[in-house]
Design a binder for this molecule. Structure first.
Ligand code: PHE
Length: 342
Protein backbone atom coordinates (compact mmCIF):
# COMPACT_ATOMS: atom_id res chain seq x y z
CA UNK A 1 0.00 0.00 0.00
CA UNK A 2 2.68 2.47 1.01
CA UNK A 3 4.82 1.28 -1.91
CA UNK A 4 1.94 2.16 -4.19
CA UNK A 5 1.89 5.65 -2.78
CA UNK A 6 5.66 6.03 -3.29
CA UNK A 7 5.34 4.93 -6.93
CA UNK A 8 2.39 7.21 -7.48
CA UNK A 9 4.32 10.23 -6.16
CA UNK A 10 7.29 9.40 -8.40
CA UNK A 11 5.06 9.04 -11.43
CA UNK A 12 3.23 12.25 -10.73
CA UNK A 13 6.49 14.21 -10.42
CA UNK A 14 8.02 12.57 -13.50
CA UNK A 15 4.85 13.01 -15.53
CA UNK A 16 4.33 16.69 -14.84
CA UNK A 17 7.58 18.38 -13.98
CA UNK A 18 8.69 18.83 -17.60
CA UNK A 19 5.57 20.75 -18.54
CA UNK A 20 5.99 23.37 -15.81
CA UNK A 21 7.13 26.68 -17.30
CA UNK A 22 7.64 29.18 -14.53
CA UNK A 23 9.67 29.07 -11.35
CA UNK A 24 6.61 30.23 -9.43
CA UNK A 25 4.55 27.26 -10.71
CA UNK A 26 7.42 24.92 -9.98
CA UNK A 27 7.62 26.22 -6.44
CA UNK A 28 3.93 25.47 -5.89
CA UNK A 29 4.31 21.99 -7.42
CA UNK A 30 7.35 21.33 -5.22
CA UNK A 31 5.47 22.34 -2.08
CA UNK A 32 2.82 19.73 -2.82
CA UNK A 33 5.44 17.00 -2.23
CA UNK A 34 8.30 18.49 -0.28
CA UNK A 35 6.60 20.87 2.14
CA UNK A 36 7.91 19.93 5.61
CA UNK A 37 4.45 19.60 7.09
CA UNK A 38 1.84 19.34 4.40
CA UNK A 39 3.91 17.73 1.65
CA UNK A 40 2.96 14.24 0.52
CA UNK A 41 6.41 12.90 1.40
CA UNK A 42 6.17 14.34 4.93
CA UNK A 43 2.75 12.69 5.19
CA UNK A 44 4.33 9.38 4.23
CA UNK A 45 6.93 9.76 6.96
CA UNK A 46 4.17 10.46 9.44
CA UNK A 47 2.25 7.39 8.35
CA UNK A 48 5.27 5.18 9.17
CA UNK A 49 4.28 5.11 12.82
CA UNK A 50 1.53 2.66 11.87
CA UNK A 51 4.04 0.17 10.45
CA UNK A 52 5.56 -2.76 12.29
CA UNK A 53 9.02 -2.50 13.77
CA UNK A 54 10.43 -4.65 10.97
CA UNK A 55 8.76 -2.79 8.17
CA UNK A 56 9.75 0.67 9.44
CA UNK A 57 13.50 0.77 8.59
CA UNK A 58 12.90 -0.80 5.14
CA UNK A 59 10.23 1.66 4.31
CA UNK A 60 12.09 4.55 5.89
CA UNK A 61 14.90 3.91 3.45
CA UNK A 62 12.51 3.93 0.49
CA UNK A 63 10.90 7.20 1.57
CA UNK A 64 14.28 8.81 2.16
CA UNK A 65 15.41 7.79 -1.29
CA UNK A 66 12.21 9.23 -2.72
CA UNK A 67 12.83 12.48 -0.88
CA UNK A 68 16.42 12.71 -2.11
CA UNK A 69 15.39 11.93 -5.66
CA UNK A 70 12.51 14.44 -5.59
CA UNK A 71 14.72 17.17 -4.17
CA UNK A 72 17.28 16.59 -6.91
CA UNK A 73 14.59 16.68 -9.59
CA UNK A 74 13.14 19.91 -8.34
CA UNK A 75 16.55 21.55 -7.91
CA UNK A 76 17.53 20.55 -11.42
CA UNK A 77 14.36 21.86 -13.04
CA UNK A 78 14.42 24.96 -10.92
CA UNK A 79 17.92 25.78 -12.16
CA UNK A 80 16.84 25.20 -15.77
CA UNK A 81 13.70 27.33 -15.51
CA UNK A 82 15.55 30.15 -13.73
CA UNK A 83 18.23 30.15 -16.43
CA UNK A 84 15.53 30.37 -19.11
CA UNK A 85 13.74 33.17 -17.28
CA UNK A 86 16.95 35.12 -16.86
CA UNK A 87 17.73 34.75 -20.57
CA UNK A 88 14.27 36.09 -21.43
CA UNK A 89 14.65 38.99 -19.04
CA UNK A 90 18.06 39.85 -20.47
CA UNK A 91 16.69 39.70 -23.99
CA UNK A 92 13.85 42.05 -23.10
CA UNK A 93 16.29 44.52 -21.58
CA UNK A 94 18.83 44.25 -24.35
CA UNK A 95 20.35 47.51 -25.62
CA UNK A 96 22.51 47.93 -28.67
CA UNK A 97 25.50 49.84 -27.41
CA UNK A 98 26.83 50.19 -30.95
CA UNK A 99 23.81 52.26 -32.06
CA UNK A 100 24.70 55.90 -32.78
CA UNK A 101 23.53 58.10 -29.90
CA UNK A 102 21.25 61.11 -30.22
CA UNK A 103 23.50 64.15 -30.22
CA UNK A 104 22.35 67.37 -28.60
CA UNK A 105 24.37 70.24 -29.94
CA UNK A 106 23.79 73.78 -28.76
CA UNK A 107 21.83 75.97 -31.18
CA UNK A 108 23.24 78.94 -33.04
CA UNK A 109 22.26 82.59 -32.89
CA UNK A 110 20.17 83.86 -35.80
CA UNK A 111 22.10 86.14 -38.21
CA UNK A 112 19.74 89.02 -37.26
CA UNK A 113 20.68 88.53 -33.62
CA UNK A 114 24.37 88.38 -34.50
CA UNK A 115 24.12 91.71 -36.35
CA UNK A 116 22.00 93.33 -33.63
CA UNK A 117 24.52 92.21 -30.98
CA UNK A 118 27.40 93.49 -33.07
CA UNK A 119 25.71 96.86 -33.62
CA UNK A 120 24.87 97.21 -29.93
CA UNK A 121 28.49 96.45 -29.18
CA UNK A 122 29.81 99.06 -31.63
CA UNK A 123 27.40 101.82 -30.61
CA UNK A 124 27.45 101.22 -26.88
CA UNK A 125 31.23 101.63 -27.20
CA UNK A 126 30.47 105.13 -28.52
CA UNK A 127 28.20 105.90 -25.56
CA UNK A 128 24.77 105.03 -27.03
CA UNK A 129 22.08 103.67 -24.73
CA UNK A 130 19.46 101.13 -25.80
CA UNK A 131 15.83 102.15 -26.13
CA UNK A 132 13.18 99.59 -27.03
CA UNK A 133 10.05 101.18 -28.45
CA UNK A 134 6.56 99.77 -28.99
CA UNK A 135 5.65 97.53 -31.91
CA UNK A 136 2.12 98.94 -31.88
CA UNK A 137 2.12 102.70 -32.23
CA UNK A 138 -0.46 105.30 -32.92
CA UNK A 139 -0.55 107.43 -35.98
CA UNK A 140 0.96 110.38 -34.13
CA UNK A 141 4.25 108.70 -33.15
CA UNK A 142 4.73 106.78 -36.38
CA UNK A 143 3.88 109.66 -38.74
CA UNK A 144 2.49 112.97 -37.51
CA UNK A 145 5.15 113.83 -34.94
CA UNK A 146 7.76 112.77 -37.48
CA UNK A 147 6.66 115.66 -39.68
CA UNK A 148 4.52 113.37 -41.82
CA UNK A 149 0.98 114.76 -41.57
CA UNK A 150 -2.07 112.85 -42.78
CA UNK A 151 -2.00 114.24 -46.31
CA UNK A 152 1.78 114.04 -46.65
CA UNK A 153 2.85 112.13 -49.77
CA UNK A 154 5.55 110.35 -47.75
CA UNK A 155 2.82 108.21 -46.18
CA UNK A 156 2.52 106.55 -49.54
CA UNK A 157 6.14 105.43 -49.36
CA UNK A 158 5.20 102.88 -46.75
CA UNK A 159 2.15 100.72 -46.96
CA UNK A 160 1.06 100.30 -43.41
CA UNK A 161 -0.74 97.58 -41.42
CA UNK A 162 -3.44 99.35 -39.42
CA UNK A 163 -4.72 97.66 -36.26
CA UNK A 164 -7.53 100.20 -35.90
CA UNK A 165 -8.18 103.68 -37.18
CA UNK A 166 -5.55 105.16 -34.88
CA UNK A 167 -3.25 102.25 -34.11
CA UNK A 168 -0.85 100.56 -36.46
CA UNK A 169 2.12 98.20 -36.51
CA UNK A 170 5.02 100.64 -36.58
CA UNK A 171 6.56 101.01 -40.02
CA UNK A 172 9.82 102.39 -38.66
CA UNK A 173 11.75 102.46 -35.40
CA UNK A 174 11.86 106.27 -35.90
CA UNK A 175 8.59 106.31 -33.91
CA UNK A 176 10.76 105.66 -30.86
CA UNK A 177 12.65 108.93 -31.46
CA UNK A 178 9.55 110.85 -30.40
CA UNK A 179 9.07 108.85 -27.18
CA UNK A 180 12.71 109.41 -26.28
CA UNK A 181 12.71 113.15 -27.00
CA UNK A 182 9.40 113.67 -25.17
CA UNK A 183 10.86 112.09 -22.05
CA UNK A 184 14.50 113.14 -21.97
CA UNK A 185 16.33 116.39 -22.32
CA UNK A 186 19.52 116.60 -24.41
CA UNK A 187 22.19 115.33 -24.48
CA UNK A 188 20.46 112.28 -25.99
CA UNK A 189 22.30 109.33 -27.50
CA UNK A 190 20.15 106.29 -28.08
CA UNK A 191 20.21 103.16 -30.20
CA UNK A 192 16.89 101.46 -30.79
CA UNK A 193 16.60 97.97 -32.26
CA UNK A 194 13.19 96.51 -33.09
CA UNK A 195 10.77 94.86 -35.45
CA UNK A 196 8.90 96.93 -38.01
CA UNK A 197 6.05 96.06 -40.38
CA UNK A 198 5.26 97.03 -43.93
CA UNK A 199 3.11 95.58 -46.64
CA UNK A 200 6.06 94.59 -48.77
CA UNK A 201 7.12 91.14 -49.94
CA UNK A 202 9.81 90.06 -52.41
CA UNK A 203 13.33 88.58 -52.44
CA UNK A 204 14.76 91.51 -50.49
CA UNK A 205 11.64 92.70 -48.58
CA UNK A 206 9.58 91.04 -45.90
CA UNK A 207 6.34 92.25 -44.24
CA UNK A 208 8.17 92.02 -40.90
CA UNK A 209 11.80 92.98 -40.55
CA UNK A 210 14.14 94.58 -38.05
CA UNK A 211 15.58 98.04 -37.90
CA UNK A 212 18.27 99.70 -35.88
CA UNK A 213 17.61 103.35 -35.19
CA UNK A 214 20.09 105.84 -33.82
CA UNK A 215 19.44 109.32 -32.43
CA UNK A 216 21.85 111.92 -31.14
CA UNK A 217 20.68 115.33 -29.89
CA UNK A 218 22.92 117.89 -28.24
CA UNK A 219 24.35 121.38 -28.76
CA UNK A 220 26.46 121.85 -31.90
CA UNK A 221 25.74 118.50 -33.54
CA UNK A 222 26.50 118.67 -37.26
CA UNK A 223 26.65 116.46 -40.35
CA UNK A 224 30.37 116.02 -39.60
CA UNK A 225 29.48 114.18 -36.39
CA UNK A 226 27.15 111.93 -38.37
CA UNK A 227 29.77 111.21 -41.03
CA UNK A 228 32.51 110.52 -38.45
CA UNK A 229 30.29 108.10 -36.56
CA UNK A 230 29.28 106.35 -39.80
CA UNK A 231 32.94 105.85 -40.77
CA UNK A 232 33.64 104.07 -37.50
CA UNK A 233 30.46 101.99 -37.75
CA UNK A 234 31.18 100.93 -41.37
CA UNK A 235 34.75 99.92 -40.70
CA UNK A 236 33.82 97.93 -37.61
CA UNK A 237 30.99 96.07 -39.30
CA UNK A 238 32.30 95.59 -42.86
CA UNK A 239 36.08 95.83 -42.49
CA UNK A 240 39.03 98.18 -42.08
CA UNK A 241 39.35 99.82 -45.50
CA UNK A 242 35.64 100.58 -46.00
CA UNK A 243 34.71 104.20 -46.80
CA UNK A 244 31.34 105.94 -46.56
CA UNK A 245 29.62 108.37 -48.89
CA UNK A 246 26.51 110.49 -48.29
CA UNK A 247 24.01 111.05 -51.08
CA UNK A 248 21.21 113.61 -50.80
CA UNK A 249 17.84 112.01 -50.14
CA UNK A 250 14.51 112.78 -48.54
CA UNK A 251 12.83 111.85 -45.27
CA UNK A 252 10.18 114.15 -43.76
CA UNK A 253 11.74 113.96 -40.30
CA UNK A 254 15.31 114.86 -41.29
CA UNK A 255 16.67 117.93 -43.08
CA UNK A 256 18.99 117.55 -44.86
CA UNK A 257 18.43 113.83 -45.46
CA UNK A 258 20.96 111.40 -46.87
CA UNK A 259 21.34 107.84 -48.07
CA UNK A 260 24.57 106.34 -46.83
CA UNK A 261 26.66 104.11 -49.07
CA UNK A 262 29.73 102.11 -48.10
CA UNK A 263 32.51 101.28 -50.54
CA UNK A 264 32.06 97.68 -51.68
CA UNK A 265 33.83 95.40 -49.21
CA UNK A 266 33.75 92.50 -51.71
CA UNK A 267 35.70 94.19 -54.54
CA UNK A 268 37.24 97.16 -52.75
CA UNK A 269 35.29 99.56 -54.96
CA UNK A 270 36.36 98.26 -58.38
CA UNK A 271 32.84 97.04 -59.21
CA UNK A 272 31.46 93.52 -58.83
CA UNK A 273 28.22 91.55 -58.68
CA UNK A 274 27.51 92.53 -55.06
CA UNK A 275 27.75 96.29 -55.72
CA UNK A 276 26.21 95.87 -59.21
CA UNK A 277 29.37 97.27 -60.77
CA UNK A 278 29.09 100.63 -58.96
CA UNK A 279 31.71 100.09 -56.25
CA UNK A 280 29.20 101.32 -53.62
CA UNK A 281 26.49 99.65 -51.53
CA UNK A 282 23.60 101.50 -49.92
CA UNK A 283 23.29 100.60 -46.24
CA UNK A 284 21.12 103.11 -44.42
CA UNK A 285 19.11 106.32 -44.32
CA UNK A 286 20.05 109.25 -42.11
CA UNK A 287 19.93 113.00 -41.71
CA UNK A 288 19.87 115.96 -39.34
CA UNK A 289 16.76 115.90 -37.16
CA UNK A 290 14.17 118.21 -38.73
CA UNK A 291 13.56 121.27 -36.54
CA UNK A 292 9.80 120.61 -36.61
CA UNK A 293 10.41 117.23 -35.00
CA UNK A 294 12.49 118.81 -32.23
CA UNK A 295 9.73 121.39 -31.70
CA UNK A 296 7.06 118.66 -31.57
CA UNK A 297 8.97 117.17 -28.63
CA UNK A 298 9.53 120.46 -26.81
CA UNK A 299 13.21 120.78 -27.70
CA UNK A 300 14.36 124.22 -28.85
CA UNK A 301 15.84 123.84 -32.36
CA UNK A 302 17.76 127.09 -32.01
CA UNK A 303 19.72 125.63 -29.10
CA UNK A 304 19.89 121.97 -29.99
CA UNK A 305 20.47 119.98 -33.12
CA UNK A 306 20.81 116.30 -33.81
CA UNK A 307 21.17 113.52 -36.30
CA UNK A 308 19.30 110.28 -36.75
CA UNK A 309 19.89 107.15 -38.76
CA UNK A 310 17.97 103.97 -39.47
CA UNK A 311 19.16 100.76 -41.04
CA UNK A 312 17.59 97.44 -41.97
CA UNK A 313 19.15 94.67 -39.88
CA UNK A 314 18.32 91.96 -42.46
CA UNK A 315 19.90 94.04 -45.20
CA UNK A 316 23.13 94.32 -43.22
CA UNK A 317 23.03 90.58 -42.45
CA UNK A 318 22.41 89.71 -46.12
CA UNK A 319 25.29 91.90 -47.26
CA UNK A 320 27.70 90.76 -44.60
CA UNK A 321 26.94 87.04 -44.86
CA UNK A 322 26.18 86.86 -48.59
CA UNK A 323 22.52 85.82 -48.18
CA UNK A 324 20.59 86.51 -51.39
CA UNK A 325 16.99 85.88 -50.33
CA UNK A 326 15.50 87.52 -47.23
CA UNK A 327 13.12 84.54 -46.84
CA UNK A 328 16.04 82.38 -45.68
CA UNK A 329 16.09 84.56 -42.55
CA UNK A 330 12.48 83.73 -41.68
CA UNK A 331 12.24 80.01 -42.42
CA UNK A 332 13.29 78.87 -38.93
CA UNK A 333 15.55 76.18 -40.36
CA UNK A 334 18.16 75.62 -37.66
CA UNK A 335 20.66 74.36 -40.27
CA UNK A 336 20.61 77.87 -41.73
CA UNK A 337 21.53 79.55 -38.45
CA UNK A 338 24.17 76.86 -37.81
CA UNK A 339 26.18 78.17 -40.77
CA UNK A 340 26.86 81.43 -38.95
CA UNK A 341 28.10 79.83 -35.75
CA UNK A 342 31.55 80.89 -34.76
N1 PHE B 1 12.92 105.56 -40.81
C1 PHE B 1 13.59 105.56 -42.09
C2 PHE B 1 13.11 104.36 -42.88
O1 PHE B 1 12.52 103.49 -42.32
C3 PHE B 1 15.08 105.51 -41.93
C4 PHE B 1 15.64 106.73 -41.28
C5 PHE B 1 15.81 106.77 -39.92
C6 PHE B 1 16.00 107.84 -42.05
C7 PHE B 1 16.34 107.91 -39.31
C8 PHE B 1 16.53 108.95 -41.48
C9 PHE B 1 16.69 109.00 -40.13
O2 PHE B 1 13.34 104.26 -44.07
Amino acid sequence: MMEDKVRQIREEIEGQIASIETSAALYEFRKKFLDNKEGQIAQLMKAMKDLTKEERPVFGKIVNELKTWATEQFDLYDAQIKAKELALKNKAEEIDVTMPGVMHTPGALHPDTLIINELIDIFSGMGFEIFEGNEIENDYYNFTALNTPKDHPARDMQDTFYVSEDFLLRTQTSAGQIHVMENAKPPIKILSPGKVFRSDDDATHSPMFSQMEGLVVDKNISVCDLQGMLDIFSQRIFGEGVKTRLRPSYFPFTEPSVEVDVSCFACGGAGCKLCKGTGWIEVLGAGMVNRHVLENCGIDPDVYSGFAFGMGVERIAMLKYGINNIKALFESDTRFADQFKN
